[in-house]
Design a protein around this ligand. Sequence first.
Ligand SMILES: *[C@@H]1O[C@H](CO)[C@@H](O)[C@H](O)[C@H]1NC(C)=O
Ligand SMILES: *[C@@H]1O[C@H](CO)[C@@H](O)[C@H](O)[C@H]1NC(C)=O
Ligand SMILES: *[C@@H]1O[C@H](CO)[C@@H](O)[C@H](O)[C@H]1NC(C)=O
Length: 969
Amino acid sequence: MAKGEREGRLPLLLLLLLVLCLLAQSRIAAAATHPQDAAALKSLMRKWSNVPASWRKKSNDPCGDKWDGIECNGANSRVTSLNLFGMNMKGTLSDDIGSLTELRVLDLSSNKDLGGPLTPAIGKLIQLINLALIGCSFSGSVPSELGNLAQLEFFGLNSNQFTGRIPPSLGKLSKVKWLDLADNKLTGLLPNSRDNGAGLDQLLNAEHFHLNQNSLEGPIPEYMFNSSMHLKHILLDRNNFSGTIPSSIGVIPTLEVLRLNNNNFTGRVPAMNNLTKLHVLMLSNNKLSGPMPNLTDMEGLGNVDLSNNSFTPSGVPSWFTELPGLMTLTMQSVGISGKLPQKLFGLRDLQHVILNDNELNDTLDMGNNINDGLDLVDLRNNKITSVTVYSSLDSKLLKLEGNPLCTDSLLSNTLLCTDQLTEFPTMLPFSDVQCPHPFVETIFFRSPSFGDVRKFLPELHDNLSRTVSSCTPNKLGLIPYIDDVYLKVDIKACPVKQKRFNYSQVLNCFNLTLQTYKPPENFGPYYVKSHPYPFHDKASRAILIGVVTGSVLLVVGLALIGLYALRQKKRAKKLVSQNNPFASWGSTPEDIGEAPKLKSARAFTLEELKLSTNDFKQINAIGEGGYGTVYRGKLLDGQLIAIKRSKQGSMQGGLEFKTEIELLSRVHHNNLVGLVGFCFEKGEKMLVYEFISNGTLSEALYGMEGVQLDWSMRLKIALDSARGLAYLHDHANPPIIHRDIKSTNILLDSKMTAKVADFGLSLLVSDSEEGELCTNVKGTLGYLDPEYYMTQQLTAKSDVYSFGVVLLELIVAKPPIYEKKYIVREVKTALDMEDTMYCGLKDVMDPVLYKMGGLLGFPRFVTMALQCVEEVGPDRPKMNNLVREIEMIMQDNGLTPGSMSASSSFSVDSTTRTFAPRYPYSSTSTPSTTYQMDSRAFEYSGGFPSQGSLKNRNTSPKPLNSRERRLPG
Ligand SMILES: *[C@@H]1O[C@H](CO)[C@@H](O)[C@H](O)[C@H]1NC(C)=O
Ligand SMILES: *[C@@H]1O[C@H](CO)[C@@H](O)[C@H](O)[C@H]1NC(C)=O
Ligand SMILES: *[C@@H]1O[C@H](CO)[C@@H](O)[C@H](O)[C@H]1NC(C)=O
């Protein structure tokens, strides 16, 4: 029995021993950071304040105790990586760094108070592959011992305070791919092997020479570059280099970005024909002379800036139209003369043309194929005498101030000729996030310019979010801006389910220094600076110490259990609300019923719409009304939108809003403003419409910018709006009465197609088409059907009355109520059908009309308009009859009203026949040719005879709308 017992215990004892042994072993192994490295780290730490919390514990084992930012190799516990990016550390780097001889990565970037001279002991780290001391405050000279780091591939010392020369020994870094000394205070010549024994010309594997923003000087010898090099980026801008640009730059076939701007380069620009991959060429602000460079063969060029040099004055270079990928063309003050070719403005990717202060003359004729993405043509201070303007240019920004054509009284006050601020920076879409402790870092992109930003921003947003969020959950905001021609993007991350990010999250998730994030093509390399992050605040730390007592923990634990059930319940609800934007609809969802049935409208988040409007900046407000404000916005995919944002706490309830969305999403017609989507979030009610670039009909008729609408354009506008309304009345299912037709609700797009907007007051018509609805009178004074006003019986004929008022506005070009006069009464009073030309309306009508002439069909139009404003509904024509009548008037004028879209076509019904006797309709079919607004060019020249009426309309400045300007046409 006893023996058996012993036999039973023995294995147990052995097992226990084994476990103890293993435990001890693991302790020993963990404590085995190589003593040399442990001592070095402890010693480095003595010179630093604000080290990560894990460093502060009394520990002699950085590897085993997992100090933040330390990585070790398993075999002999040597420290191989020291990464303290963005830790807010202060202090200096002591010689002890030289003891960490197994280091592969040394990254102390974004500690702006870490500085002092850089110790030569770094030269002992001969295994180092990545050295990043970016955005600190190191000063003094760059130690020549750095040339000993034979394994180095990444060398980033940019954005410090280094002075003195670049040591020639850097030429020995034969594996280096990335050499960045930008943004320091370096002086002297670039070292080269012929003059200095060693030099940058030996770095045959280097892809990046970033030496911009220093005080480097002197000529650059020919032998600095050669065809064995693999350089992609040469950034020498903003230094004091002089002499000629070495022609050897032209033999590096890999080159993508060449920035030599803001130096003192002289002489001719060497041939660069072989640089077919070059995307960015910046030579501006030098003293370059000789002939204008011929860039014909550089087919990869997207961004060119040759401004402010002393080239021999020349005509417009032929390569202007031969670079298929051109995005921005900047050549200020280089003495170009002549006429710009139309083809330039049709280039597929063109966005900015900046050619101010040259000698361009003759007529500016941009042609009919202007690229849609073109949004800035700056031709200020040239010698242009006339301009041919096309309606498709309307939403573009064309600047012509300081040209002879602007001295003419006709154009001098127009936006073409007045200095406008370029709104570009504020037009970048951005997204912002809010939380008490966001982590913020700025990405500085080295190569893109304006063009790239617009094109690639959506992609950037996408893949940056993915990179940064892959490691720790966060809400990410991106705020891009441009200054000093470089693009910067602030990344703002909010932690999810925690108050702050901790040290290791910052180190592992947000350190992009070593190009771990791959930006879209053409954004090229970047560097990152983090903003100081409050890892903890002193108060909370003190409290924390007090809190860590058993009893408190117990209470908290109990409370947590109690909360758990509650939380589970809430979570279930929350899940539903995330999937359905309407779940949060009002306080009593039961009242509203199910989510709206949407055909094509999309639910936007508040974030998305903030992003598209720059946080609803006032500058993007384009309209104001009782309901709230209309903003202009741009979605990340480039689509322009108009956002109708209800006032917080506006009268419209959730149900009404939902009805409106359902209604709008069903309606699709070329002459109705389309709904893109909506937002219902955090008490916001917003409707998102397609953006109509040319403003309202009322602005066109009597707004300050006075678009000159000729008779045929007015007929077309009448026809378009009639078609839109006929669709609402007859073809929408169920039919819709607009209830608020007025000239401010008729919008004009870039092709001057009219679109009816704002169905906010629309009401579904009940089943019988002529059904009457009893309701509170809604509408706008001046357009209100008197019958409806008195009886409160709403029919489609009330819309016809309002439309008739709009038709009269087209004749009179004044608001319905002006100078205490009512437009309907004025026209009726003056009417004299004996006058076959003007129907007795000459004193009432828009003088532009009779000055321009060509008023064919005018009497018929007047008759039709007055028919619409008959006292009682049954005397008024139906909307579809009006469409026919306007089509006939246009045909008789030799204008083709355009083939009807399938949705707007309708058959002539019995009501047409009863109505027919009042209008002598012919029965010819609709012509099939389309009415081409685009081909109509309107030419204005400096010598155009005065047309006072245009100028008289410019009453008061209207700053909000300045981007929506229309060109006189
Ligand atoms: C351009 O490349 C061709 C062929 O690769 C070569 O013959 C020519 O000399 C090069 N031109 C310049 C200016 O380097
Ligand atoms: C530019 O170079 C010229 C002569 O080459 C010199 O006179 C001038 O001082 C230099 N300017 C600057 C700003 O370095
Ligand atoms: C520019 O270069 C192209 C091709 O190299 C050539 O065909 C063209 O004639 C040149 N243009 C001028 C103005 O020298």
